[in-house]
Design a protein around this ligand. Structure first.
Ligand code: ZN
Length: 321
């Protein structure tokens, strides 16, 4: 793939021996120039957006933001131009306090891709022709552009192949920092990505849960399944704010038409299917590892038979014949 490498971030660190296990997708909530300015600590790159009046309402100080230590490996613009700001061998600073599948501090173990997208209408510069209304959300969300998503699919495929990232470890920022982050938001086309082989999806037919068979304590059941799938979800049986935020993040990823954070039958069925698929994937992976180990053992035995001594004795034998 072709990248624009004109802008480089200095906000990164060596990964040590930590391998890349996760791919995290974001939206910037800011226009492209300001995003690049913040990630490269270059205030000049924000000036055009300031002149366009993006921050006229106050509440956002681009100059201060450019003094921070944030970055991402890639920024994908609305035109589908991909900027590489940090090399993949280094950890960039895109996730902050985070958790997924037993791992804290996801920066050390991940690649981060940002998408130029305003999120919801906090800058009063919302493109109304791309507004998406979602049940359970007070905001309209901004749809991503087609070329942008096509480019993301290409980029994700390359990253997944080069690091061997598992489908359930392809997540949104909101999945790994529930309640604190809402990107890439309800307009992000996770289903389209899954159809292109990126990340997980579900099939409601795989779940046997219905109104009669649903669990007696649905909150406890959902907490167990959210934790099993990867979320930071304490198993308390109580539908507190932490639980509602986590369920909402899950819904935003897998059922973005209704993200009210309430337990309902469809959420149970989706979770049921996803957890079954994750378990099957892991079972298959461990079978494959076992087969690979057996094959390696077989190769080692064959190699031993091919030692020079054995090879010479073999030739003597053939001479005699
Ligand atoms: Zn983010």
């Amino acid at each position: 793939m072709q990248f624009n490498r004109k802008y480089k971030s200095k906000n990164f660190r060596p990964r040590a021996d930590e391998e890349v296990q996760f791919l995290v997708l974001h939206y910037t909530a800011l226009p492209l120039g300001t995003t690049l300015g913040i990630f490269t600590n270059n205030y000049d790159l924000c000036k055009q957006d300031i002149e366009l009046g993006y921050y006229a309402n106050g509440g956002f100080n681009a100059e201060e933001a450019c003094k921070g230590e944030v970055s991402a490996h890639y920024v994908n613009s609305e035109q589908g131009e991909i900027f590489q700001l940090v090399d993949e061998e280094f950890a960039s600073y895109h996730a902050g306090a985070s958790y997924w599948n037993g791992v804290k501090n996801i920066n050390n173990h991940s690649i981060g891709i940002e998408h130029e997208n305003i999120g919801f209408d906090w800058l009063s510069k919302f493109p109304n022709d791309r507004a998406l209304q979602v049940f359970g959300s007070p905001n309209k969300w901004c749809k991503f552009t087609e070329i942008q998503i096509e480019q993301t699919i290409r980029l994700c495929r390359e990253i997944i192949a080069s690091h061997g990232i598992k489908p359930f470890n392809i997540v949104g920022h909101s999945d790994i920092a529930c309640g604190r982050k809402s990107d890439p938001g309800a307009a992000f086309p996770w289903r389209q990505l899954a159809a292109a082989g990126i990340g997980m999806w579900y099939d409601l037919k795989e779940s046997t849960l219905n109104d009669e068979t649903k669990p007696v304590d649905p909150v406890l059941w959902v907490q167990r399944r959210l934790a099993e799938y990867g979320y930071d979800c304490p198993i308390t049986g109580v539908a507190d704010d932490k639980f509602t935020n986590t369920l909402q993040a899950f819904q935003m990823h897998f059922r973005p038409t209704k993200i009210d954070g309430q337990v309902d039958l469809e959420s149970l069925q989706i979770l049921d299917s996803l957890c079954q698929r994750k378990a099957r994937y892991e079972e298959q992976a461990s079978m494959n590892a076992e087969l690979a180990a057996q094959a390696a053992l077989y190769d080692a035995v064959v190699d031993e038979d091919d030692t020079e001594e054995n090879a010479n004795s073999g030739s003597k034998l053939s001479f005699r014949c």
